[in-house]
Ligand binder design. Structure first.
Ligand code: FAD
Length: 419
């Protein structure tokens, strides 16, 4: 049984549409992006919008397709074949779109979500700051209110689309509110607003061509109507952040499978053609074991991603969704890194050259274990959410602790918990 048995007919058709779109992407665009000749590939976004492939989960009313998460996972695997940069630019519509779809006012959905999903404006998100990304609530960007305007001061770094996106979703703390979680607010900032400057565009190991930069806000004026959710959205940034972390991490998990699959398939074909010692190299156990290991990891990643996708759409506590999504992000990105490395090893020296795309994918993929929350942060979330639920529930199944021969010797069960 392959993962296809779990998909609906609609999802198989969607996959074909996404495959057509992914095949449309000119090879020259990929090469120019990797050569840093492109600042922001707006043509890619326009084409995705034209084909109605952006924001698949959002209501048809706003230009989405009203599909479940499992469908987006199917689409992401195909988009992942294009590498991290285009995968990210595609996913940003799901991430920023989620924030606007769930928390935005009707007017904000009209003004921003509709043109976004048509591929008319590019989007970016500013969470990370120079002083730290993992510790999100330590962010120091401030928003000061004067009448009906907020003035943003601070910096955001590593913003993909810093150079080319027309709309930025930026988090800042509203001055005058002491509790950082209550002060955190999401702003829809138009790139053309005065007071926004790019101070640095980063030279990256991979994931190039998206214009990843550091943005400086110097009294950047944002009207109150651009607070996500309007006046009542002030101070709701913590909820927005938690909601956005679902697409943030699930898109990384979904696209990781595509990146790994693409590299694996190149290596699998090579192993069937290349000969050494008079035999196809795939006849050697050390090579065929790498093929088997990669296939197993690919299917395990698909399975965990689909489980996380089902959980994300289920009426379950938010903590359960956070746990599953974090497990999927950690497992799929870690597996993808391993699979691309195995692909390079299978190919020998030529895999390290630009004759094949494995070296580019390896450079790209290194990032996905780091961004959208590092995999160390995923570990923190996973165990935290597990304990919260585990310790609060009565066990329904057999507790094997009491099956041990010495189970009823309390003097031997010492926990050092006395005061
Ligand atoms: C190319 C690129 C594109 C990016 N795109 C965006 C974007 O578009 N928008 C955006 O907002 N951000 C973006 N990021 C930022 C990215 O999400 C952060 O880099 C990431 O979350 C880590 O934050 P940091 O770099 O500040 O590392 P730090 O938070 O300084 O972490 C450094 C190390 O310490 C570890 N660490 C930190 N805290 C803990 C802890 N409590 N327990 C265990 N280990 C810990 C981390 O795992 C890591 O290994 C991008 C980054 C890159 C490189």
């Amino acid at each position: 049984m392959s993962i296809d048995e779990l998909l609906t007919e609609e999802e198989i058709t969607l996959r074909e549409k996404v495959q057509d779109f992914v095949k449309w992407v000119p090879r020259g665009l990929l090469l120019d992006m990797d050569a840093d000749k492109i600042k922001y590939p707006m043509e890619f976004i326009r084409e995705a919008g034209k084909r109605n492939l952006l924001g698949l989960r959002f209501d048809k009313k706003w230009g989405g397709l009203g599909l479940p998460w499992s469908s987006e996972i199917v689409a992401l695997e195909e988009v992942g074949l294009l590498g991290t940069s285009l995968g990210c630019l595609y996913s940003l519509f799901s991430i920023v779109g989620e924030a606007i779809h769930v928390f935005g006012t009707e007017e904000q959905k009209q003004r921003f979500l509709i043109p976004m999903l048509k591929g008319e404006i590019g989007v970016a998100e500013g969470l990370t700051e120079p002083r730290g990304g993992s510790d999100f609530f330590a962010a120091t960007t401030k928003a000061t209110r004067k009448s009906n305007m907020f003035y943003l001061n601070g910096q955001k770094r590593f913003v993909v689309g810093a150079e080319g996106a027309g709309l930025l979703l930026v988090y800042a703390k509203v001055e005058g509110i002491d509790d950082p979680k209550k002060a955190m607010t999401a702003f829809l900032v138009e790139r053309s607003s005065p007071g926004i400057k790019i101070e640095h565009v980063y030279g990256l190991m991979g994931t190039r061509g998206g214009g990843t930069g550091r943005l400086v806000f110097n009294d950047a004026a944002v009207p109150v109507e651009n607070v996500l959710g309007g006046e009542s959205g002030i101070g709701t940034g913590t909820s927005v952040f938690h909601q956005m972390m679902v697409p943030e991490r699930l898109t990384s998990a979904g696209a990781a499978v595509g990146m790994a699959r693409g590299s694996f398939e190149v290596a699998a074909r090579y192993a069937d053609k290349r000969k050494a010692f008079g035999r196809k190299i795939r006849a050697f156990e050390a090579v065929s074991a790498k093929i088997s290991e990669s296939l197993t990891l690919l299917d395990a990643s698909r399975a965990i991603n689909h489980l996380a996708a089902k959980t994300a759409n289920a009426p379950v506590p938010a903590g359960q969704i956070r746990q599953m999504v974090s497990e999927a992000k950690k497992f799929s990105t870690k597996s993808a890194w391993k699979i691309v490395n195995l692909a390079m090893q299978i190919m020998g020296g030529i895999g390290y050259t630009n004759i094949y795309p494995i070296e580019k994918m390896l450079r790209d993929i290194r990032l996905i274990t780091i961004w959208t929350g590092t995999n160390e942060i995923m570990d923190l979330v996973i165990q935290h959410e597990f304990y919260k639920e585990f310790l609060s529930k009565d066990m329904k199944s057999r507790n094997i602790e009491y099956d041990a021969e010495g189970a009823n010797l309390p003097d031997e069960k010492i926990y050092n918990d006395e005061e």
